[in-house]
Design a protein around this ligand. Structure first.
Ligand code: AHG
Ligand code: MN
Ligand code: MN
Length: 341
């Protein structure tokens, strides 16, 4: 049971952001406000998600997104919540979302700001109706000086991100954030309605005995991934001389959150069926923000060949293979790519 003094000693997201600015001068007021508005929108999405069958937002919407994926009603609702929350604040030049074909420039009736926001409004859509953890992933870039907010303005490598984070709507609702000085996690206090700092300076252990991959695609993987996963599966009897455990939630946001808490390696590789579609996950909405967070927590993130954060995007909805998490495992599977190809 919290006493009044322990409650007042808590660090809320607002206090944390101000302290960061005082320490590093990296979070001017407009960026702090932007992050707070995103976090507030996540609270609202979490509330809609939690209504489940009592709300009116379960099920499919009867439409497809630009990637040909069936949209759930909650995908669309979450997208709208993020757009509406962020369009009028004066902090953004434009937004881009997994659920929209084109960018969303800030309407002329509102003041424009200096930042660009990208998001996956609801990650793990296939888990919505079965009450498994899902989340929201976001990334903030600076709009290049003098550049009109166009698609081209978003074609910046992930290393240019000024902030990235995600919310998980699970047994607890959490908001994880990096602004380039480590990774911190805030838990939603539902009674007070505020985000409270609960996990400071999160670190991913360099070694792990846990991996995450959709193994049903194994026959379609390229050789480096086949070799790596086969060795894990051979366990104590194989070259790794240790048993490995597997977890796959099918919500990247929940898999990454587990890895941030206790280590692990997450993989969504390219596959031989679709040589022109490298992997499933999207660079701007999923891979970049997660790579920034993972690196800030001492982990690594590559596409099998290079650091994800070094990739210069060529289009808004670009997909990339993803290997991220505990550094020594990501380094190993990345090395297998260079040795075998
Ligand atoms: P989204 O729901 O935003 O489309 O993303 C789902 C992604 C990712 O979260 C997850 O790791 C992966 O798709 C699951 O893919 P499989 O269905 O192939 O397991
Ligand atoms: Mn997603
Ligand atoms: Mn999504």
């Amino acid at each position: 049971m919290s006493t009044p003094s322990s409650i007042s000693r808590r660090t809320t997201l607002t206090k944390y952001l101000i302290e960061q600015q005082r320490e590093h001068q990296n979070l001017p007021a407009d960026l702090r406000l932007l992050i707070e508005v995103i976090a507030r929108a996540c609270k609202q999405i979490g509330y809609q998600v939690s209504k489940g069958a009592l709300g009116e937002a379960l099920g499919t919407a009867g439409s497809e997104n630009v990637q040909g994926e069936v949209q759930k009603k909650l995908d669309i609702l979450s997208n709208e919540i993020l757009l509406e929350a962020n369009e009028w604040g004066g902090n953004l030049a434009a937004m881009a979302s997994e659920e929209m074909e084109k960018i969303f420039p800030i309407p002329n009736r509102y003041p424009k700001g200096n930042y660009l926001l990208t998001f996956d409004p609801l990650d793990g859509s296939s888990n919505i109706d079965v009450n498994v953890s899902i989340g929201t992933i976001f990334s903030v870039l600076r709009c290049p000086d003098g550049m009109e907010p166009s698609e081209q303005a978003f074609m910046q490598p992930g290393s240019a991100q000024v902030a990235a984070g995600y919310a998980v709507y699970g047994p607890q609702t959490v908001f994880v954030l990096t602004t380039g000085y480590g990774v911190n996690c805030f838990t939603l206090d539902r009674e007070l309605g505020s985000w409270v700092l609960t996990h400071s300076n999160m670190q991913i252990p360099a070694d792990t005995r846990e991996y995450a991959i959709n193994a049903s695609n194994s026959r379609h993987w390229y050789e480096p991934v086949q070799k790596y996963v086969n060795e894990l599966n051979e366990g104590k009897d194989g070259p790794r001389k240790d048993d490995f455990n597997m977890r796959w939630i099918a919500s990247m946001v929940a898999d990454v959150h587990r890895i941030l808490n206790r280590g692990g390696v997450f993989m969504y590789p390219a596959d031989k069926r679709t040589p022109d579609r490298p992997g499933k996950l999207r660079l701007l909405y999923e891979a970049n923000p997660m790579a920034f967070i993972v690196e800030q927590a001492g982990g690594a993130a590559t596409d099998g060949e290079q650091r994800i954060l070094d990739i210069v995007p060529t289009n808004l909805h670009q997909r990339v293979p993803v290997f991220l998490g505990s550094k020594n495992e990501v380094d190993r599977v990345t090395r297998y790519h260079s040795e075998i190809n």
